[in-house]
Design a protein around this ligand. Structure first.
Ligand code: SME
Length: 170
């Protein structure tokens, strides 16, 4: 029996998926009517960080309009994050350059990983796009637990950022 077929694991994963579905709806409800980008990002970060005990650092890096190949720190919760990350560097820069969600089970095995908090053991980064598909930035989440993120986190976080930022402003 494959590990994922064990009832315990399947139960755990479906609980996580359900948690994301409820959280996505809660976030959408709180954001309703607010079109300020900083307010929306700060709210998403706060609600995500409160929803999962395993999240050590939760935040956004934004595409710098003055330097389009560079990410600059946005709203976050956690210890001090580095201020700028060039596209292609670290997990965030890789996600931005390749426009895809990157799941890192062990940060020490990801070449070029940028260690902001030495307690971080695993990480997930997902791109954030506007309604036109343009890259706005990335959502970066670190955990002190190894292998904390899986496809359920990827799907849940992609849905949350699409609903929060892939909208057409009024
Ligand atoms: N670990 C990230 C850098 C940002 S900190 O985790 C806040 C990376 O390698 O992209």
């Amino acid at each position: 029996m494959a590990a994922d077929d064990k009832p315990g694991r399947r139960g755990m994963f479906s609980l996580k998926a359900e948690h994301y579905v409820r959280l996505a709806a809660d976030i959408a409800a709180v954001l309703d009517g607010e079109d300020n980008l900083v307010a929306r990002m700060a709210t998403v970060v706060c609600m995500l960080a409160a929803a999962f005990e395993t999240f050590l650092w939760t935040g956004f890096y934004l595409v710098d309009l003055g330097k389009p190949e560079e990410l600059v720190i946005g709203p976050y919760q956690g210890t001090l994050g580095c201020l700028r990350i060039p596209f292609g560097r670290g997990v965030c820069g890789t996600s931005a350059a390749e426009m895809r969600t990157v799941v890192v089970p062990d940060v020490e095995r990801f070449e070029g990983h940028i260690a902001c908090d030495s307690r971080a053991r695993s990480e997930i980064v997902t791109p954030v796009r506007s309604a036109t598909g343009a890259l706005i930035g990335v959502l970066d989440i670190d955990s002190a637990q190894p292998d904390a993120f899986d496809e359920y986190d990827a799907a849940g976080l992609e849905t949350i950022v699409r609903r929060a930022f892939g909208f057409s402003p009024p």
